[in-house]
Design a protein around this ligand. Structure first.
Ligand code: PEP
Length: 251
């Protein structure tokens, strides 16, 4: 039995004040049976960590460097994030891949560093609309996952989380249908099972892409969808908590 998970990706939004208020509001309503995670901007990590201390809401980050330290201007390491109480790190988000050059190899190295630091990588995969229309969805996702297996070996996703986020559904208001999402989630689980069956059985695979209070329940109701990675709807506590409740209903 996999515990559902809902993670909020706050992206480049908020101020010290709004980030701490949002964290306070989310933490004020515990959602039983769901692992709830929020991922603020890195400079808000310390203050959000303080707000979340002693609550059920976990802290995450939006990226981490593949290196522990050194001449890597602008980066933050997993160990540094862990010092502030971060337990999760989003790796390979499509915005990182498309806007900041995080390619399959760099994402694999970042994933490895996160896991080595004892944190949980929320590793994002997903195809563009062009890929989907060309019938390449599974091949793209496979290549993104294979890069991680190549670096980390067959246990690469043991204890990790995968987020399937079709690029065409992120921030667009267009959601994958439950059938489309379930098909890719089942494929991901099979792909991981081909390397390690036990990892695949316990692996949480989140769906991300315009999830909101209105569509969460029918997405999360599918066998291989274990919750969501939420962008826009994570920025308002009522919307985010409604998505968390939808996950709880499947628990
Ligand atoms: C995301 O950024 O991971 C995401 C899924 O965004 P949205 O929910 O806004 O589509």
């Amino acid at each position: 039995m996999r515990t559902p998970m809902v993670a909020g990706n706050w992206k480049l939004n908020g101020s010290r004040e709004s980030a701490t208020s949002l964290a306070r509001e989310v933490a004020a309503t515990p959602v039983a049976g769901v692992d709830v995670v929020v991922c603020p901007v890195s400079v808000h990590t310390a203050e959000v960590a303080e707000v979340l201390e002693g609550t059920d809401v976990k802290l995450g980050a939006q990226n981490a460097c593949a290196h522990e330290g050194g001449a890597y201007t602008g980066e933050v390491s997993s160990t540094m994030l862990a010092e502030f109480g971060c337990e999760y790190v989003i790796i390979g988000h499509s915005e990182r891949r498309s806007l900041f050059g995080d390619d399959n190899e760099s994402c694999a190295a970042r994933h490895q560093a996160v896991m080595a630091a004892g944190l949980t990588s929320i590793f994002c995969v997903g195809e563009t609309l062009e890929d989907r229309e060309a019938g390449n969805t599974m091949a793209v996702v496979d290549a993104q996952l294979q890069a991680v297996f190549d670096v980390c070996g067959t246990q690469a996703f043991d204890g990790a989380v995968i987020a399937y986020e079709p690029v065409w559904a992120i921030g667009t208001g267009v959601t994958a249908s439950p059938e489309q999402a379930q098909e890719v989630h089942a494929h991901i689980r099979e792909f991981v099972a081909a390397q390690d069956q036990q990892t695949a059985a316990k692996l949480r695979i989140l769906y991300g892409g315009s999830v909101n209070a209105g569509n969460a329940q029918e997405l999360f109701g599918n066998t291989d969808i274990d919750g969501g990675l939420i962008g826009g709807a994570a920025l308002k506590s009522a919307d985010f908590l409604a998505v968390c409740q939808a996950a709880a209903a499947q628990a």
